[in-house]
Design a protein around this ligand. Structure first.
Ligand code: ADP
Length: 276
């Protein structure tokens, strides 16, 4: 296994050796997050530096309370950082207003949670259509439904489209949530314990959906407690007490290029960002 201490902004440290790395898709600099508590400010993140290249599939691991969810919340703009910088593609997330962040996230980021967070009164296909309704990216109802059905097919549950979430299994609900996260064709997915509520066989099937998406060009950051799943990834970032204590990349001893990053570099069309 190849170890390195940072997310790899330095082209000379590229796992490919001589290859020049493209700019990171996600670039965190000295990110700190303090929560107000009766005992004073509590720093859940203590100065995170992390760079993620387009096409990477990264596991974020660490004990409960290490700061994993807080990290996801900083990158996706779900919560505001206390100091530091978060850049995603051309967007300086730390400089945006709440309204700008909401619009940006709706169009560029797919977020997946442990407990799915589907709306129970909407059918599976309607749940997937919802982010499209908010972003107004796919204009007609017919277009949105067709896209939602296509996405449900991609995650293998098109036949459940018109059922309510309560009528499908946990693994199927998570697939609906993944399809919903893909609704506006985001450039990256942030998943917070997406398999934490699933049995190991179902977790494996959901994980394979993520692998397929990375193979198709998505970038995924996945918080997980499941070491079996994490060990299957090219890169594992370990947090402890609000700091990155390890950042590994599993490449061959010969220094072969990062498997998925390289594949996606070939595939990725220029641009791809939607302005907030
Ligand atoms: P993890 O996802 O690794 O379990 P979290 O990011 O949820 O960790 O939390 C990191 C630390 O920040 C924990 O000690 C937690 O108790 C604390 N924390 C999280 N949210 C809040 C909050 N809103 N107010 C105060 N402390 C918080």
């Amino acid at each position: 296994m190849f170890h390195r201490s940072s997310g790899g902004g330095d082209p000379m440290c590229s796992p490919a050796g001589s290859q020049q790395q493209e700019p990171p898709l996600i670039d965190l600099r000295q990110v700190k997050k303090a929560y107000k508590t009766p005992a004073g400010d509590f720093y859940a993140l203590k100065g995170i530096d992390l760079r993620i290249q387009p096409g990477e599939f990264i596991a974020v691991v660490g004990k409960s309370g290490a700061g994993k969810s807080t990290l996801i919340n900083m990158i996706t703009g779900i919560d505001r950082l206390t100091s530091g910088e978060v850049r995603v593609g051309p967007h300086a997330v730390h400089k945006m207003s709440e309204d700008q962040i909401a619009a940006w996230r709706g169009q560029n980021v797919g977020v997946i949670f442990q407990f799915f967070r589907l709306l129970p009164m909407l059918t599976c296909v309607q749940n997937v259509m919802l982010p499209m309704d908010f972003a107004n990216r796919y204009h007609t109802l017919k277009e949105r439904r067709e896209r939602a059905l296509y996405l449900l097919e991609q995650v293998g549950i098109a036949e459940q489209a018109d059922k309510l979430p309560s009528a499908v299994s946990g693994g199927q609900r998570q697939r609906v949530a993944i399809a919903r996260a893909l609704a506006n064709d985001p450039i990256f997915l942030a998943a917070d314990e997406p398999t934490g509520n699933l049995d190991s066989k179902t977790a494996d099937a959901v994980f394979r959906v993520f692998e397929k998406l990375v193979g198709e060009g998505k970038t995924i950051l996945m918080v997980t407690h499941d070491w079996d799943l994490a060990s299957r990834l090219d890169r594992v970032v370990r947090l402890a007490d609000g700091e990155i204590v390890a950042d590994t990349e599993q490449v061959s001893v010969l220094g072969a290029p990062h498997r998925l990053v390289e594949a996606n570099r070939q595939r990725r069309a220029p641009g791809g960002w939607t302005d907030a």
